[in-house]
Design a protein around this ligand. Structure first.
Ligand code: ZN
Length: 138
């Protein structure tokens, strides 16, 4: 029995050779699946379960994938998004504290947030990142 298990482990290790394995994005997908499964149990709406299965299937696909470059690019994209999301509460707090003195606009071209002082009337705003110009009332 012990030998059989060892044999199975060897075969599995051989089969997993060259495959991508696990990373932070896969962990997030597993957690998504579990959360959606719990939501399904509470709401009794199977749609959440199906979305969860898609997340689970995608994470399995990523684990067994041999395209390491694509998988690591996905991982980097995910980690970047995660960093942005982690910064959000601080940004919201800052905006709330400065709501009487400044106005915040989003550049329609590159999506960057621009802070301008309030009470200057109609002004032309130039995006510091991409140079896109637009007119707003402050
Ligand atoms: Zn811009």
């Amino acid at each position: 029995m012990r030998n059989l298990w060892g044999n199975f482990k060897n075969k599995l290790a051989y089969w997993m050779q060259g495959r991508y394995g696990n990373d932070e994005l896969n962990n997030a997908l597993y957690i998504t699946f579990i959360v959606l499964w719990v939501i399904t149990l509470i709401t009794r709406k199977p749609i959440f379960y199906w979305i969860g299965l898609v997340a689970l299937g995608y994470s399995l696909y990523r684990s067994f994938s041999r395209d390491h470059l694509k998988r690591s690019n996905e991982r980097l994209w995910f980690l970047k998004k995660l960093e942005q999301i982690k910064k959000l509460p601080k940004q919201w707090k800052q905006r709330w504290e400065q709501r009487n003195t400044h106005k915040f606009y989003r550049c329609k071209q590159c999506g960057v947030t621009i802070r301008v002082p309030k009470g200057k009337g109609q002004i032309e705003i130039t995006c510091p990142k991409c140079g896109h110009k637009f007119i707003e009332r402050t």
